[in-house]
Design a protein around this ligand. Sequence first.
Ligand code: PLP
Length: 406
Amino acid sequence: MEELKWSFQASARESGEKAGTQLFARHEVDKARSFHRSFAAYRETPLVNLRQLSAHLGVAGIYVKDESFRFGLNAFKVLGGSYAIGNYLAQRLGMDIAELSFERLRSGEVKQLLGEVTFTSATDGNHGRGVAWAAQQLGQKAVIYMPKGSAQERLGHILSTGAEGYITDLNYDDAVRLAAANAREHGWVVIQDTAWEGYYDIPVWIMQGYTTMAAEAIEQLRVQGVDKPTHVFLQAGVGSYAGAIQGVLAAMFPEERPITVIVEPDQADCLYQSSLAKDRRPRAVTGDLDTIMAGLACGEPNPIAWELLRDYADAFVSCPDYIAAQGMRILGNPLGNDARIISGESGAVTTGLLDRIMRDERLRTVRERLQLDEHSRVLLFSTEGDTDSQAYRRIVWDGAYPLPGA
Ligand SMILES: Cc1ncc(COP(=O)(O)O)c(C=O)c1O
């Protein structure tokens, strides 16, 4: 398929110096998970085994982690924002997050010690909703900025937590700069899901927060009799979530790491572009970043995530929007008695891609190169539900963004 652009990284399997994975070591993952467990709203999200789809596509297993159930917020992102806010408050108290539960952080005693804190962020919606929700739960304030074209429904969810929220006329990366400038002016705390020079701790905590999802998935696979996945497909915006999961996989399986594929929209494929660069330094993509995958519409890689993906990811792929639409339709209309998964554009692109790789004969060499066959057990993360429900229906009911030639 011409429209899919691939960059394979043979160097990921070569020995040599690679980015450290200590931030994603077992004890860090356990720490994030115990913090999340201390929330009253905490439940593991389901790991759905799509048996019929696996048989249909010719692999041994397709396991989809359904993050639409995360804390009732319809996306995984709250794992990062809440853990960063928790760590920030712990640091202000001179304590380690391991000593502090969610209940303790929201207690009157802590509020009295710290006073009122305002958290701010720029977001396509999912991250901001998580930050706004966590701030509300902890009795603090939030101000959220969204890029132009953001869905009103997503803004509505943010406002319903009591946060301030605005749809700006900026793209995502400029909205990040606006949040940072306003924070400097008003003394707010930036909870941004990407790093830059001098801004490191909070994005690391956000990435560590995402590891709860990987830890749950690996445990759930084991309960289903699967030692580890052979393949993991990870969709990426700035790459924080993909980098975090890649970090966990590299730390957990140092010998036989699963094959990882990093998936981006072709209008915002900054990691794919970075992977092509001779000097292996991160590259930015600019412009409107116009894609239906709103959560992945980011033009500048998180440098911490980039180093992990650069050294350990096996392939990067740049995808047209119709791949995401196809994934949404497949997950929403399951075969036989496979469970139905309501997956939004950014959540479903990896399923759409797996379907194309396995069913489109023009992708045979990709299939072979990735060693995807009847022995493969593929782990996918449906990172959001129908966070823009009108767009969801346009795609799943009305067939918007069809596969070319369909
Ligand atoms: C639903 C969804 N999936 C995936 C991502 C990608 O995460 P990251 O920006 O860390 O790459 C996002 C980011 O907002 C998202 O909202």
